[in-house]
Design a protein around this ligand. Structure first.
Ligand code: MRU
Length: 337
């Protein structure tokens, strides 16, 4: 299928000696690019969400290591600094481990730049493949609900869950798209809607609290989300709010699809219980778009991911294939132990 009509954004770009990032904190109000010229700046961009989305932060980190090599900076320090930037998305650790392996094998800066490029190219190819596989599961004429932003902004391009939506719309299998706004950081409202509007894909934004009501209406047949880490038993860590969508989907007979490249699979983590959930500053929740909306003195609890148990998931779509009703055995059969 020809997807050139869709997916024209490339938010993570290597420019020969620096990393050029579309600042996702400012979208859609402003399309401002930032230049990261050392590993510390890449680390800050990941930690402060200028670049976000599990695959995209892995790609940015890989370029951060290659940049350190180019500048003859200490590579162990670069690896450690980047690894500590965010805890939940395993793509970050996966990309750094790939770079570390090449360093251990004696790779020079040129070889590390090629490895970072391979990680980026591999992600785009995986997304295109997952788009086809995921769309193939959807009955023509269906409606879907997605959460957070899993599109070109969150990946090397095309996206994971949003890639399936792009492919499903192109194949006319998906005819209604809904996106949850994804409080508190509004990845759905600010980023997913921006991508969909740019692609000319009709979609409707809903408040996160509208999801059950939407499912009850019969307008959606699938919830389609990405993942930040998938444990060996198929439990899925993803953006906060994913778990309650899976519960509501089960109740309403709506199917639940998780779309993630194999770089998101963590067979070393037995279950979702073991996944570290990132806690971010309460101020993200105490205001909207940087403006305080809650009375001074109020406190807030701001975990930014949750874990959806495997039993609530109908399909995990990866570039290696689809796992229906995930289990330890099915995961091992596809990813080894
Ligand atoms: O905090 P974020 O915006 O980095 O969280 C992103 C998500 O939870 C996405 O759903 C996930 O990384 C998959 S992106 C292809």
């Amino acid at each position: 299928m020809d997807y050139d009509h869709y997916d024209r954004v490339r938010a993570v770009q290597w420019r020969g000696d620096h990393l050029y990032l579309l600042d996702q904190r400012l979208l859609p109000a402003e399309e401002r690019w930032i230049e990261c010229r050392d590993t510390a700046q890449v680390t800050t961009a990941i930690r402060d969400l200028a670049v976000r989305g599990a695959p995209a932060i892995g790609i940015a980190a890989a370029w951060g290591v290659a940049m350190a090599a180019q500048q003859q900076a200490p590579l162990d320090d670069a690896l450690a600094m980047l690894r500590a930037a965010r805890p939940t998305a395993v793509n970050l650790m996966w990309a750094l481990d790939r770079m570390k392996k090449r360093i251990a094998a004696g790779a020079d800066a040129e070889a590390l730049l090629r490895e970072a490029q391979a990680i980026q190219d591999g992600d785009l190819a995986a997304n295109r493949r997952m788009g086809e596989l995921g769309a193939g599961l959807i009955t023509p004429g269906s409606g879907v609900l997605t959460h957070c932003n899993t599109g070109s902004l969150a990946t090397a391009g095309f996206g994971t869950a949003l890639g399936v939506i792009r492919a499903g719309v192109a194949a006319e299998r998906i005819v209604r798209v809904y996106a949850g706004e994804t409080r508190p950081w509004l990845q759905g409202a600010r980023l997913t809607m921006w991508e969909l509007v740019r692609d000319g894909i009709p979609a409707q934004l809903i408040a996160d609290s509208t999801a059950s009501h939407l499912m009850k209406s019969g307008a959606v047949q699938w919830v389609i989300v990405g993942a930040d880490r998938i444990a060996a038993n198929g439990d899925v860590a993803n953006k906060i709010g994913t778990y309650q969508l899976a519960i509501a989907a089960k109740y309403h007979g709506v199917k639940f699809m998780v779309v993630a490249p194999s770089s998101t699979i963590d067979m070393a983590t037995a279950t979702g219980e073991e996944i570290e959930i990132e806690l971010r500053d309460a101020t993200e929740l105490l205001g909207v778009a940087g403006r305080r909306t809650v009375v001074e003195g109020a406190q807030a609890w701001n975990p930014v991911f949750d874990v959806t148990p495997a039993e609530l998931i109908d399909a995990i779509v990866t570039e290696r294939g689809v796992i229906e009703r995930p289990s330890v055995l099915a995961m091992q059969a596809m990813f080894g132990s």
